[in-house]
Design a binder for this molecule. Structure first.
Ligand SMILES: Cc1ncc(COP(=O)(O)O)c(C=O)c1O
Length: 413
């Protein structure tokens, strides 16, 4: 498999070793071409004009909605276009907290959640206008940063009304068994006879694994957060909502493009998904999003996973054999619950120094707490370096990383 040739960034930067796809992935030529073609031939504002270009543009984004929804195992009516996963989680969390009418709302999540889910929840605990008492409770990992799904079962109480979990941790690469968690939630709902809403942050999983939102929501899943820039698109995200959520989730923002009618003192809104998309959408990026998922569909997730497993197996072996003083957090072995990223640290070398020295060798990685500070605080970690792999990476990229790290270690001896 040589997918590097599909990505112009590598042709234009021939020495680049790009190991930061978990932050944002590179864009295939096909996506860039499709967006350019659309802008040059079909672009106009949508849902507004009677002229043919506007009608074409509207049709393009609605066809894209259908295709993208299908890619994630759901239907167009369940897919709201957003700016990114952060906007998706804000819309959902603020809506659901308004919707739940109870004295005490307990929100439960692994302590590894990305700030994009954690902060919208935490912000509600600080909001004096909330009528309910809102608390955020965390699930903790073992000393290596690995979580157990059974801990969801142990931590759900009669006050738990909202659970948020990333499908894949952007720090450890752990793949959470979201089907198992959905089943646990369903059982607990039956025991406590109340609603426990469940949202999955699929930002890190969408580029790597097949998602079937409807199958999950049939068990117990109300929403999913997706961001386009990690799967080869840009400036676009999605919020997937179950049928019930589409109906009951309170409004997040209002404005043009979402109304049935407006009078001086009254207004009425269209149905979901339109009612969550106030203002002009990111039209050309929706087209790019459609193109990105088509690109991945053509490759197939089977091939993507096979390729990534091979890379991860090799990378983990090389870490153990050649650079044992770089300590990996999360699972050190290749397992079915391990996605294609490695976060690590060295006791004697600061993570930022490692990233800067790698950058001098044209190796792009990320250093810091990866927008998951509470996990790092819990593990007493000041930060890690994260190397993440996608379809365009190959064994030579890993060799470059390993020899770069060997040289850095020697410099500090
Ligand atoms: C697990 C996870 N969730 C959410 C996000 C937020 O995505 P965005 O910044 O596109 O909103 C990220 C981004 O790094 C992430 O890794």
């Amino acid at each position: 498999m040589n997918y590097k040739k599909d990505f112009p960034i590598f042709k234009n930067n021939p020495n680049l070793i790009f190991l930061d796809s978990a932050a944002s992935s590179q864009k295939p030529l096909k996506v860039l071409e499709d967006v350019k073609y659309f802008c040059e031939n079909n672009y106009a504002n949508v849902h507004r004009g009677a002229y043919s270009l506007s009608l074409q543009s509207t049709e393009s984004i609605e066809t894209a909605r259908t295709d993208i929804a299908k890619f994630f195992g759901t239907q167009a009516k369940n897919l709201v276009f957003t700016k990114n996963a952060t906007e998706s989680s804000n819309i959902f969390i603020s809506g659901i907290v308004q919707h739940i009418q109870s004295e005490h709302i307990e929100i439960l999540m692994p302590v590894s959640e990305h700030h994009s889910s954690l902060l919208p929840a935490l912000a509600h605990t600080k909001n004096p206008q909330n009528l309910s008492k809102i608390t955020v409770k965390y699930i903790y990992p073992n000393a290596s940063g690995i979580f157990t799904e059974d801990d969801f079962e142990k931590n759900i109480t009669k006050n738990t009304q909202l659970i948020i979990c990333a499908h894949i941790s952007n720090v450890t690469g752990q793949i959470f068994d979201i089907k198992k968690i959905s089943n646990i939630i369903k059982n607990k709902q039956n025991i406590y006879k109340n609603n426990i809403y469940f949202a999955v942050d699929a930002s890190q999983s969408a580029p790597h694994v097949q998602i079937n939102f409807d199958a999950l929501s049939k068990i117990s899943c109300d929403a999913m957060f997706i961001t386009g820039h990690k799967i080869g698109a840009g400036g676009i995200g999605a919020l997937l909502l179950s049928d019930t959520m589409s109906r009951i989730l309170p409004q997040y923002s209002v404005g043009g493009g979402i109304v049935k009618d407006v009078h001086e003192q009254e207004y009425s809104l269209l149905e979901s998904p339109t009612r969550f998309e106030a203002g002009t959408p990111s039209i050309e990026n929706i087209v790019g999003f459609q193109s990105a998922i088509k690109y991945l569909e053509n490759i197939t997730f089977k091939k993507i996973q096979h390729h990534e497993e091979k890379l991860m197996k090799y990378a983990l072996e090389q870490f153990a054999k050649k650079i044992p003083h770089f300590i990996i957090i999360g699972d050190k072995n290749i397992t079915k619950n391990r996605s294609s990223l490695i976060s690590f640290y060295h006791k004697n070398i600061h993570h930022s120094d490692i990233a800067i020295l790698l950058a001098e060798k044209n190796i792009a990685v990320r250093a810091g707490m990866h927008c998951a500070n509470p996990l790092h605080h819990y593990l007493h970690s000041k930060g890690t370096v994260r190397a993440s792999f996608w379809i365009y990476n190959d064994i030579s990229d890993i060799d470059a990383l390993i020899s770069g790290l060997q040289e850095i270690e020697q410099m500090f001896q």
